[in-house]
Design a protein around this ligand. Structure first.
Ligand code: URA
Length: 193
């Protein structure tokens, strides 16, 4: 983690951060992945979304949230008149796909945390969506999305909204009601910033 902190802090811009991850040898997940999945959308956008980790489609394409969960995410953004091609920036806690999409281990999350922190600094959004339990672990230091969602937190001085992950919403459509309520809070906050 000391090495990760050094590598992340040394990156002066997003391109350098991406390169620092590409060159970072101390996370074994990289060996099982096809591609580094760094980000998508518009750097500098007011809204930044932090997901969990690439799945199969993301690993193949080298872009976050392009599979089924990503398609739902795009619809959720469209519902609040946001578009990743125009005004959203998206990344994940982990830049490499875990084998068989297993949950990332606490040590893997801790190793990538300095990179994520630097990523947020350099992307400089106005507010964050913390998508699912893995991101809550990485950014808030705790899990429990069912209790956390719907309430603003603060991450690196920014308002941050924990939300149900779209992959969870695909499995549990009844939770879309809560997700919709959270999106409305995000829209209202974006209009004020
Ligand atoms: N789920 C995530 O958390 N991130 C992705 O990029 C894709 C699916």
């Amino acid at each position: 983690v000391v090495e990760a902190r050094k590598a992340a802090q040394g990156a002066a811009d997003l391109a350098a951060l991406r390169q620092a991850l590409a060159d970072f040898p101390h996370c074994d997940l990289r060996h099982g992945a096809r591609n580094l999945v760094f980000s998508d959308g518009v750097a500098g956008a007011p809204l930044m979304i932090v997901g969990e980790a690439p799945g199969r489609d993301e690993d193949r394409q080298g872009k976050p949230f392009v599979g089924r969960a990503g398609q739902l995410l795009d619809r959720m953004l469209a519902a609040i008149a946001r578009d990743r091609a125009r005004d959203v920036y998206i990344t994940n806690v982990l830049p490499w796909r875990p084998p068989q999409n297993r949950d990332p281990r606490p040590d893997e999350i801790a190793m990538m945390q300095p990179f994520l922190q630097r990523h947020i600094e350099l992307a400089a959004p106005k507010l964050l969506i913390v998508m699912g339990n893995i991101s809550c672990q990485a950014l808030l230091g705790r899990r429990g999305i069912t209790r956390l969602r719907g309430n603003w937190e603060e991450v690196q001085g920014l308002p941050a909204m924990p939300m149900f992950h779209p992959a969870y919403l695909l499995r549990t459509p009844s939770a879309k009601r809560e997700a919709w309520a959270d999106l409305l809070q995000i829209r209202a906050k974006l209009e004020k910033t």
